[in-house]
Design a protein around this ligand. Structure first.
Ligand code: 3PG
Length: 235
């Protein structure tokens, strides 16, 4: 049996302001930093140890990972930052207020943009300042891989190669990975692991800064999952 721990980053300043964030690189809020430290303390208290960590190239996830590792005295472990663990790209919605967008376009439309598996938010224009192609961290990517918007299915299609190519090999080597990523990249991974249907994935919400533990069998299929906070403290 192998364990995989998934953590959505702590609250960001844009979560606090209820803004669509996607690939916008925003900081953790003070509350998000506290959530991250608490996650690290909890994991330490429950006896978790990691020897490799995977995260996105966005500072709210990297910052959460670093605060967790600091609390666990594990800052020395190997870290792998992979753009494929980024949040779903929210297209032209990035930077807009979620409540105001719902007032303008209607709750139903915004729910489709936020939670449906196949519906993409409006795309960023090619020349938009926010286009990720202008960002150094994506400079080595072939242009066809750089999104201007994504539905959850698009996100799954980039998260799964990351899972197969870098996380599965670590698990096969019996390493103990921690994954710190984002609401929708984790929803995509969980959809795959738990074989959640395209319609049921609409209802899956992942709280910020709350370690979720997956127990996997030898074929890396989930046996069960639970929040680390639900485990009894070891004697
Ligand atoms: O990108 C964002 O705005 C959030 O991190 C996730 O937002 P959602 O819950 O609206 O998908």
């Amino acid at each position: 049996m192998q364990q995989l721990v998934l953590v959505r980053h702590g609250e960001s300043v844009w979560n606090q302001e209820n803004l669509f964030t996607g690939w916008t690189d925003v900081e953790l809020s003070p509350h998000g930093e506290e959530e991250s430290r608490n996650a690290g303390r909890l994991l330490r208290e429950k006896g978790f140890v990691f020897d490799v960590a995977f995260t996105s190239v966005l500072r709210r996830a990297i910052g959460t990972l670093w605060l967790i590792l600091r609390e666990m005295d594990l800052m020395w472990i190997e870290e792998c930052k992979d753009w494929r663990l980024n949040e779903r790209h929210y297209g032209a919605l990035q930077g807009l207020n979620k409540a105001q967008t719902a007032e303008k376009y209607g709750e139903e439309q915004v729910k489709l943009w936020r939670r449906s598996y196949h519906v993409r938010p409006p795309a960023l224009a090619e020349g938009d300042q926010r286009h990720p192609g202008r960002d150094l961290r994506y400079a080595s990517l072939p242009p066809h891989l750089i999104p201007r918007t994504e539905c959850l299915q698009d996100t799954v299609e980039r998260v799964l190669p990351c899972w197969q190519q870098v996380i599965v090999p670590a698990l096969r080597e019996c390493r103990r990975p921690l994954i710190v990523a984002h609401g929708n990249s984790l929803r995509g991974l969980i959809k795959y692991l738990d074989r959640v249907s395209d319609s049921d994935i609409v209802n899956l919400e992942i709280p910020t800064g709350t370690p979720l533990v997956y127990e996997l069998d030898d074929n890396l299929k989930p046996i069960r999952h639970y929040y680390a906070s639900e485990i009894g403290t070891p004697a």
